[in-house]
Design a binder for this molecule. Sequence first.
Ligand code: SF4
Length: 354
Amino acid sequence: MTLSNPTPARSRSSAYDRPAARFTEDHRLDVRASALGQCRRALWYAATGQAATNPMTDETKLVLEAGQALEPVVVRAMQRRFWTVTPSDPEDPWRVEVEAGAGLVVSGHPDATGAIELFGEERVIEVKTRGPEAFKRSKTLGAERSHPESVAQAACYSVGLYGECRDVVIATLDTGSRRWDYEVIPAARAERAWDAARRRLSTLAEHHEACGPDPAALPERDFTASDWQCQRCPYLNLCQPGEAANEAEEDDQDEAEPVSDDSARAALLDYEQAQSQIKASDQDKRTALKTLQHWLQKKGVDKARLEGSAKTRTVGMVANRRYSVDHKRLNALLDPEQRAEIVTEQVSEYVRVS
Ligand code: SF4
């Protein structure tokens, strides 16, 4: 199973093209492992064969396909960094099916398995591609907090491939900087993520048991129209047509704020002018400070007095001490709940002109 040389990328099997959920011939609910974190109502729409009212846009498809195409790139990067990795064959991928509870199975196709050369046993490797913000977030918070569904997915594959939940590896590529990194989730924590995902889906299996595969018997919504899950949901107009229309109306109202295009353009020109002034004065400041630094060094002192334009000033070297946290080690050492008390997340909004 071990590859000594990286394999070239090949076309993906149609086995990947399946709904997020479906009913099996023996009347069980079969959920795709990569859809473990999806809204349960959306899974119900998928299982009961509802047509998508909000299909993926071409832009979204492009992002998705670009992510899939980059997965072998991550595998090859791991192979060059002391990992022994066996990728699944994209034309004939391994299929894993796991009993997840009464009337419930979870199935999917693991990306790869492997281990750091000479160390440890083989584990499931789940490969993800993220934009720069999501990559930064996953490195800081850890996969269990930033993308818990990916940990549950890898844990499910581990149970399916090895009959037990081993440590799992989440390998992530930053599609902006093209950096990659990996995180090893210890077996006990991966198992917790899998148990949480199973518990969540078991209510949907119970719903199926109680109602049968009835498209009209809808489970509760897991999200509201303002959540990103709804905004990207293929069933948004089916699930909450009024809410979707309201959101669109609110968006229109937001856009209709009384700032004309001319005012916005004037603001942009002001911004550009202010930026160029700041840049020029920053450059002058840096050059002057560099000269003063060389002057101090030549004198062999850390501080000296010098006559300025209006008063005598002190020119001195200042040591700036910085402290950093190794998030990778922190994430490996502590449970997600403990980390949540230490590393908190704040979101602020600002306007960027680029
Ligand atoms: S629109 Fe939102 S609540 Fe409705 S099915 Fe989709 S994700 Fe769930």
